[in-house]
Design a binder for this molecule. Structure first.
Ligand SMILES: [Zn+2]
Length: 273
């Protein structure tokens, strides 16, 4: 195995800085550093929108398939094929987005002299839908493994940190506020009144958990992952960037027929990181 690893590594770290990452769905990656007050956000709104688009397609095919089968129509097989295709397509699309984001992130970390990365393994509370919960866990594990592989090419080490408790903790005053509010992606410290991006807050807490201090972020470099790569976005002060519309090409929807509405929800109730 040693030989395999030696072959994979093509770069050496440029410095000894550390990065701390919170992984999620609104922000695929929220990153803070021990050596700078600049933080990074890679937004996942495109991924989330596409995830729900396919979820809906999958649900529609499934429902039609089951109805046809229960009523003795042979054509259920056709819809089963559509269903399988949609499941496959969703996985392929998400994989593409994540891999794009991971490539960009790994290269950026290398460029700014990181040699060790600490990523939070999400502690998720099982929500109403057990299936969704398992899908998310499955993705997080995959994403962490992919990131580890790509970082290895740069000679950067990845450590996985259990994230339990890091979302409630306040990275501003260090207390664990039971009433620390999260509003429009902002964590609001009830003691100091200071607002901080909730995922940046979690990333800082991951750092704290492994014994590192991170400066309070003064600047957040924000990016979004699109089908054509990573694009920087500069949101206006205090405004959450708009979710771009996604229209998967008709050929990707199996057979060129029209099923369901290609409407993309921008905000899903009860869905949070
Ligand atoms: Zn506080």
């Amino acid at each position: 195995m040693r030989g395999v690893h030696d072959k994979i590594q093509i770069e050496n770290p440029k410095g000894g800085n550390k990065a701390f990452i919170d992984i999620g769905l609104n922000n695929l990656f929220a990153v803070v550093f021990n050596h700078t007050d600049v933080a990074m956000l890679i937004k996942g709104s495109t991924v989330k929108a596409e995830y729900y688009w396919w979820k809906r397609e999958i649900g529609t095919y499934q429902a039609i398939r089951d109805w046809l089968r229960n009523h003795g129509f042979e054509s259920w097989k056709k819809y089963h094929a559509f269903y399988l295709h949609a499941v496959f397509k969703r996985r392929e699309r998400l994989r593409h987005y994540y891999r794009t984001a991971i490539r960009f992130l790994a290269k950026t970390l290398w460029q700014i002299g990181i040699d060790e990365v600490f990523i939070g393994y999400p502690y998720l509370v099982s929500q109403d839908n057990g299936n969704e919960f398992n899908t998310n866990i499955w993705w997080y594990t995959k994403v962490i493994n992919w990131l580890g592989e790509v970082l290895q090419e740069y000679g950067i080490k990845l450590h996985v940190v259990n994230e339990y408790g890091t979302s409630k903790q306040c990275s501003i005053c260090n207390a664990e506020h039971e009433n620390g509010r999260v509003k429009r992606e902002l964590y609001i410290c009830p003691v100091t009144g200071i607002k901080i991006n909730a995922d940046i807050n979690a990333a800082r807490n991951i750092a704290k958990k492994v014994g590192y201090k991170t400066p309070t972020p003064k600047k957040i470099l924000t990016y979004i992952v699109t089908t054509n790569g990573i694009k920087p976005i500069t949101p206006k002060e205090g405004v959450t960037p708009e979710t771009p519309k996604i229209k998967p090409r008709p050929t990707e929807r199996g057979g060129g027929h029209t099923m369901g509405n290609a409407q993309i929800p921008t905000r899903i109730e009860g869905f949070s990181t």
